[in-house]
Design a protein around this ligand. Structure first.
Ligand code: SAH
Length: 342
């Protein structure tokens, strides 16, 4: 059976045409899907015999809420969804002055093995389908009643390890008849799978590419991010430069401040050089403590000194505000808790 929620309106239309159905049927069905129905039977303006026929041809799955936590501090919502095969992924809804941002997962687990990250403990289970990533956005909006205006692909998984499905998801979420979220409101975060940077640039999307840099030198970066081994920071910066030259879109460097690991003056100076080489924006993240990991967040003093060096060098720096501290709202923590209970 075909998963109809992973299909673009034009693909549904082509299928329907081949079945001899009138054009407007595809539009009708797509509209129902965007409303979050779980079966063709709910599509009340489609004749019953056709609904039955479509039920045989296509599947529609609706994720179940396994848990929903709402932060008492800032209203951040964290969902744990159950997928059709019993796997679970997390989605976080954050409210900012400029609108609501949803942070979505792109895989069940992750094979990249970053030493400070909770999502990667237990490795990769499988990639998410385009429809499953879309459902995270759709059902977060429908369940929370909060209109989603921005998306960050910063949940569980490495989006560039699920390239085709992520590209399809982007097209789906961008559909004018669908959720209609503009590419400029979407950020894709990667640990630096540089083999896919040129492919991504080729897509000519207006999204923001976030690179999880976390260290400006090979010695430190290879220690905490296995993805750096065999690639290297010089290669990564070169790939960023090509991406920027081709798309004209400024890249953002994510940098989690880890006590005694990547937060020295040496790191700050080299980071400034790296960022300036590609006009990147630096987003510092206070490290989230993960139970299984030995790392600690940098002290306020070290962070201040680090920021000053970057700013004095003329680098554009922001510090990510910590949201949802009381709801395990950093990627992989909730799924991890559930795994431990099992
Ligand atoms: N695989 C992608 C996207 C998912 S992770 C990537 O690596 O970019 C989203 C971001 O959260 C990445 O920048 C990642 O390095 C960061 N991250 C993971 N664990 C963290 C932790 N414990 N504290 C702070 N940031 C963390």
């Amino acid at each position: 059976m075909k998963n109809i929620k992973s299909m673009l309106p034009e693909e549904i239309a082509a299928d329907f045409e081949a079945m001899g159905l009138p054009k407007y049927r595809a539009k009708q069905v797509f509209k129902w899907l965007v409303r979050g129905v779980g079966s063709f039977d709910e599509m009340s303006d489609i004749p019953k015999p056709l609904r039955e026929k479509l039920e045989e041809e296509y599947s529609i799955y609706k994720p179940k809420v396994l848990s929903k936590q709402v932060s008492q501090i800032d209203g951040t919502i964290k969902y744990l969804w159950e997928l059709c095969d019993g796997n679970a992924v997390e989605t976080v809804v954050m409210s900012y002055k400029h609108g609501n941002t949803v942070c979505v997962s792109s895989q069940v687990g992750c094979r990249q093995g970053c030493a400070f990250c909770a999502s990667t403990i237990g490795g990769l289970v499988r990639c998410l389908e385009p429809s499953e990533i879309l459902d995270e956005v759709l059902f977060s909006e429908l369940d929370s009643g909060k209109h989603i205006s921005n998306i960050v692909l910063m949940g569980i998984g490495e989006p560039l390890d699920n390239f085709d499905n992520v590209m399809k998801f982007l097209k789906l979420v961008n559909c004018p008849d669908g959720m209609n979220i503009g590419m400029r409101h979407i950020s894709l975060s990667t640990c630096g799978i540089i083999e896919r940077f040129d492919d991504l640039a080729e897509q000519n999307l207006q999204l923001t590419l976030s690179v999880s840099l976390h260290a400006p030198d090979d010695e430190t970066r290879s220690k905490i991010m296995p993805a750096n081994r065999g690639r290297g920071v010089d290669e990564l910066i070169a790939a960023c430069k090509r991406y920027y030259d081709k798309t004209g879109r400024r890249i953002s460097f994510e940098y989690a401040m880890i006590d005694g690991v990547n937060d020295t003056e040496y790191h700050a100076r080299l980071l400034a050089k790296r960022a300036k080489a590609v006009c990147a924006h630096v987003n510092l993240i206070p490290l989230n403590h993960v139970e299984e990991r030995q790392f600690k967040p940098s002290t306020d003093g070290h962070m201040k000194a680090f920021i000053k060096i970057l700013e004095d060098s003329g680098v554009n720096v922001t510090v990510r505000r910590k949201l949802g501290g009381d709801v395990d709202a950093s990627c992989g923590q909730l799924r991890r808790k559930m795994q431990k209970k099992k």
